[in-house]
Design a binder for this molecule. Structure first.
Ligand code: ASP
Length: 340
């Protein structure tokens, strides 16, 4: 752990660094190619205006991982979540900021949303341009994250993500551009708020269960159940479903077309999977908007579950945590989708 700056009575914000483009480096400040997860957090922090940071927080930092987030695994989620819970219990730490690659930041955010147990602010942040880039977006995003984490307004709001001046709930975040710096949108209702002039402005609250109201406890978990996401398209075959079952999947999240639909061949394979005890959740390849029950598929008849407002990747996390908690009844799993 390194101490960057001490600002007396300001909240202590603990920065956990995991890698990503915010820690990326390139030999050119203008080319688009770079390596993610190269720069250590102590160096990244040097790009922040110390005097400005000192108005809001005392920082401590730790490099917990150093990867592009495309290489993160569920074991990494467990590692991060356990460390976050440990830090949140420390009465000398007021809030946590996690620097993270953007590719799977929404998955880590959702996992933390359901497995961390505190009202203290936890804010994830990343960047679309590497730290060596001309007009790198990381320092401003990180500064916003520190300000957001240090604000009493952020307490009890669940896990947050700030990006490009927006504040999003971890329950409702999805990467919406592979390249633009405004890369994150809420999948359903809207931003929780905005950062402006070093102040968070919250416009709404997240009424879904999270953090202190979450039933999930991973403190004794060393691995999570295998759940696969499969993608629907015109002419999709049953093969992917059959392979997932053969390879030991305990759950399948099927990102179908439209309102979580699939063709007859895929449906037959999913029914067979469901009858063999594999949990099947219908969701949609359309990121925005819900996949509700009672559409064109008779979910109750086949023991299927639907994701409602969750993206396929968030749905997978709820299913993994539900199965990990020993919940296998489809109706109970359906309740989880609705309440988180
Ligand atoms: N591949 C990078 C990552 O997720 C992309 C980024 O951080 O923007 O780590």
């Amino acid at each position: 752990m390194a101490s960057f700056l001490s600002a007396g009575d300001k909240p202590v914000v603990y920065i956990l660094a995991t890698g990503g483009t915010i820690a990326g480096a390139s030999s050119s400040s203008t080319a688009s190619s770079y390596d993610a997860g190269k720069v250590l957090i102590e160096t990244i922090l040097q790009a922040l205006p110390k005097d400005e940071v000192a108005k809001y927080a005392t920082l401590k930092s730790e490099q917990v991982l150093q990867k592009g987030s495309q290489n993160l695994t569920p074991s990494d989620w467990l590692k991060i979540s356990k460390r976050v819970n440990e830090l949140l219990k420390d009465k000398n730490i007021d809030a946590i900021v996690i620097t993270h690659g953007t590719d799977t930041i929404e998955e880590s955010a959702m996992f933390l949303q359901l497995t961390t147990k505190s009202d203290k602010p936890v804010v994830l942040v990343g960047a679309m341009r590497p730290s060596t880039s001309l007009s790198a977006d990381g320092p401003k995003n990180l500064f916003d994250a520190i300000v957001l984490a240090s604000s009493p307004l952020s307490k009890g709001k669940g896990v947050l993500l700030t990006f490009n001046g927006n504040i999003l709930s971890a329950s409702d975040v999805t990467k919406s551009s592979p390249v633009h710096i405004d890369a994150f949108k809420p999948a359903n209702i809207g931003y929780l708020g905005y950062m402006w002039n070093n102040t968070p402005y919250f416009l709404r609250d997240n009424l879904q269960r999270h953090t202190t109201q979450s039933q999930f406890d991973i403190s004794n978990t060393s691995s999570l159940p295998q759940v696969e996401i499969l993608y629907g398209y015109a002419g999709s075959s049953a093969k992917a479903v059959e392979d997932a079952v053969k390879n030991g999947a305990k759950g399948i999240v099927y990102a179908g077309v439209g309102n979580g639909n699939f063709n007859d061949e895929v449906q037959k394979a999913l029914i067979k999977a469901s009858q063999s005890g594999v949990k099947v959740v219908r969701t949609s390849r359309i990121i925005y908007g819900p996949t509700p029950q009672w559409g064109e598929v008779d979910d109750e008849k086949y023991g299927f579950i639907t994701s409602w407002w969750h993206t396929p990747q968030a749905t997978r996390i709820i299913l993994m945590l539900g199965l990990n908690a020993g919940i296998t009844d489809s109706k109970e799993l359906q309740k989880l989708m609705l309440s988180y």
